[in-house]
Structure formats: C-alpha cells, structure tokens
Write a protein that binds this ligand. Structure first.
Ligand SMILES: [Zn+2]
Length: 189
C-alpha cells in the first residue's frame, strides 16, 4: 500500500496515511497536493494524481505528547540502529534497568544494543556492569516521531522532514504504521 506524507498547514510533518486517504483530503479541499507519486488513481472516467505529499488547508493542533508506540523497530529507528553502549550494529533491545530488577518497558529504559553488549550486561544494573550509555534515551519527540513511523521515506518527502540521516532510511515499511499513532481529529471526522 502506498503512503503519503501529510504536512500541517505550517509544513510540519504530521502523519503518514494511505495515498487514497490523502487523495480524499485533496478532493475535499482539506489539503493541497504538493507532490505526486507519478501514478494515478482511476475513478469511473476520471483520473487523479496519486499524492505523495499533501499539506492541510487548516492548521491542526497536535497533542503535545504525541504517543509513539514502543517496539523494537521504533527503538532501533530512534537509536540509529546502533548499539547505545559501543556504537556497533544493534541486534537486540536492552533494558537498562533489567526487567528482573523492576525495570520498565519504557522509552527511557530501553535501548538498542549489539549482541555482545546485550550478553555482557545481562541482568546487571548499569553501574555494576561498568558499561556506559552514549546518550540518555528518551521518547521520540517533535519531528522524530513522524520518522519513526514512516518506515520508507520517499525522496520527495525529505525536504519536509529535516532530520538526521540516521532516521531517514529505515528499510521495510511493513510494520511502520503500527509503530505510530497520533490523534488528529479533523482528519478522521
Ligand atoms: Zn555494543
């Protein structure tokens, strides 16, 4: 299923929707088409460009704490697919405070880790392990959350995303939609 990037009236990235949904927004004059995929939708005798980027006609207030679901894919995206202890290619998710010691499955307690560091840390607290985090983990904020959700970023989306390269190419988008949910009431009305 093709997806389109939806920008707020202010050009802030807002969310990603099926291109069909984006087309409906355009046809209802709720959004303007900024970029197309080069393909077309056919409906009876009419054809419409398949949207790739649309911009809402009216500003939508985004809830301050846009909720980003915590899962392996999203954590890897946040951490740039790098082990947060040594910088190697990440292969596992590590709980900083081990779950066996009451550690929560939260953005602040979960990092991407390589196999080696994950095995080395095991059920130790960070202080006992002698290991150090490269940066304190936190929940994705601002434009980051949009990227975490995207999966694959199309080239014509990039100018609107303004993000570090590590977030841009996340590979397969199959579970991308599930990684992300934000209430944008006017869209679902
Ligand atoms: Zn490591």
């Amino acid at each position: 299923m093709s997806r389109a990037l939806v920008l707020n009236a202010t050009y802030e990235p807002l969310c990603v929707v099926p291109t069909r949904r984006a087309l409906v927004l355009v046809l209802q004059s709720k959004a303007e088409l900024l970029s197309g995929t080069g393909r077309v939708f056919h409906a009876s005798r009419l054809s419409f460009p398949e949207p790739s980027v649309v911009r809402l006609a009216h500003f939508v207030r985004v809830p301050h704490q846009a909720h980003v679901a915590l899962n392996r894919r999203a954590v890897f995206a946040r951490d740039g697919h790098r082990c947060q202890y040594c910088g190697a290619q990440a292969e596992n998710i590590d709980h900083i405070v081990p779950r066996s010691k009451g550690g929560q499955h939260t953005w602040e307690n979960v990092v991407a880790a390589c196999k080696r560091c994950n095995a080395r840390k095991r059920d130790h607290m960070l202080e006992e392990s002698g290991m150090r985090l490269r940066r304190p983990p936190s929940a994705p904020k601002g434009r980051q959350w949009a990227l975490v959700a995207l999966g694959t970023v199309l080239p014509d989306w990039e100018p609107y995303l303004g993000l570090p390269g590590q977030f841009v190419h996340l590979g397969n988008a199959s579970d991308g939609a599930a990684a992300f949910s934000v209430r944008v009431t006017p869209l679902s009305a």
